[in-house]
Write a protein that binds this ligand. Structure first.
Ligand code: DX5
Ligand code: ZN
Length: 218
């Protein structure tokens, strides 16, 4: 399978959301990556249901919603209602992760789990077969524009091995500091979905950056 591109709206211009949405509708972006932060799980606050619903109304591609919130199980139905297609929760934020994953699937969304940089891949051994996606954080969650953590390659390779061994269908997504210097190497290591925020939206020509991430020619 060719790798997918999921541009992160965190670095988009929120004063002109419709323009940013249309950029993604009209280029090779595959998903819309939406970062939801609560100011508790991470030291930053972003946006909630009204903004997701607005994006859903205009987006022609699936919404890949990355929850950086505590107690995400409380809001599963609300995120579905707002328009999430893929819902990713953090391992570190879920006491009953298995139950939360089942509830996401029951709500008719794809279920993902994200790991912070300090969380080892092997904590997913007993749940990997239930997952549609694993999101490896290659920065500490909370902000765009941070430096990629090199140890992420090792984790991606370990995760790829676990997925093959268990015959899991989970896709591997990587998020944080993705740019021209590491994208090809990440896909080579086994990544299926590249998230990129500042590399795309802080550029003069976001579409060109998406083409580059898709073709891996820089
Ligand atoms: C960080 C978010 C990311 C962020 C990535 O907590 O999960 O999705 O937008 O931004 P860049 O690509 O700038 O590191
Ligand atoms: Zn994210």
């Amino acid at each position: 399978m060719a790798h997918l591109i999921s541009p992160s709206f965190l670095s988009a211009d929120f004063g002109n959301l419709e323009k940013e949405i249309n950029i993604l509708n009209n280029n090779q972006a595959d998903w819309f990556h939406l970062d939801i932060m609560d100011g508790v799980f991470v030291p930053n606050i972003t946006f909630g249901m009204p903004v997701i619903s607005y994006i859903k109304k205009h987006a022609k591609k699936p919404l890949d919603v990355h929850l950086m919130i505590i107690q995400p199980e409380k809001y599963i139905k609300d995120f579905k209602k707002a328009g999430a297609d893929i819902l990713t929760v953090h391992y570190e934020a879920c006491t009953h992760l298995h139950r939360t994953i089942q509830e996401i699937k029951l709500a008719d969304m794809q279920a993902g789990v994200s790991l912070n940089p300090h969380t080892p891949v092997n904590v997913l051994e007993d749940i990997i077969q239930e997952l549609d996606l694993v999101l490896i954080m290659s920065v500490n969650p909370g902000f765009g524009g941070q430096t990629f953590i090199e140890n992420s390659y090792k984790k991606i390779k370990q995760l790829k091995k676990l997925i093959i061994e268990t015959k899991s269908n989970a896709l591997i997504e990587v998020d944080g500091g993705v740019d021209n210097t590491n994208a090809a190497k990440l896909v080579d290591a086994g990544v299926n979905v590249l998230v990129a925020g500042s590399y795309i939206f802080k550029s003069e020509n976001p579409s060109d950056r998406i083409i580059k991430l898709k073709s891996l020619e820089f």
